[in-house]
Design a protein around this ligand. Structure first.
Ligand SMILES: [Zn+2]
Length: 149
């Protein structure tokens, strides 16, 4: 989180993601045809304490079935404005280091209601993943069947 100093670096990260992602070819989940560049959509992103900026995300369209998909980088989640590096850092502070919402509010530029809503939702998802991981750990054959082609 400390290494990202300005929004230009966030935009650069997205450009790097797109280069890699598009080079692989985007396949339509509906019909299996290749999707092509379609448009850009600006989206608000919280990438550092108190820093909101609009990031243009590429949208790709399938010529065959006309569906459109927004290309999200792995560090942005649909319907969540905070970059995952913030959610991970703040979630770690609460769930691992034992800090309270009030402490985080005092130390950063985070309104408590924002922390509860966004980081709380992230932690709830993490708990579900932990449960799933525990479930798979005691059923190795099931894991194998998921990882086999
Ligand atoms: Zn399609």
């Amino acid at each position: 989180m400390d290494s990202i100093r300005d929004f230009a670096m966030v935009e650069q990260l997205y450009r790097l993601f797109l280069e890699t992602f598009l080079a692989l070819g985007v396949i339509c989940a509906q019909c299996g045809q290749r999707r092509e560049r379609h448009s850009w959509r600006a989206r608000w992103v919280v990438w550092a304490p108190g820093r909101w900026d609009r990031l243009a995300l590429l949208r790709v369209r399938c010529r065959s079935c006309h569906t459109v998909e927004t290309c999200f980088p792995p560090w942005l989640v649909p319907y969540e404005p905070a970059a995952t590096w913030l959610l991970v850092t703040l979630g770690h502070a609460v769930a691992i280091d034992g800090q309270s919402w009030a402490q985080l509010e005092r130390e950063g530029d985070w309104p408590r209601h924002w922390l509860r809503r966004h980081v709380g939702r992230w932690l709830a998802q993490a708990a579900r993943w932990r449960t799933l991981h525990g479930f798979l750990a005691i059923r190795p054959n099931l894991t194998m069947s998921w990882t086999s082609p």
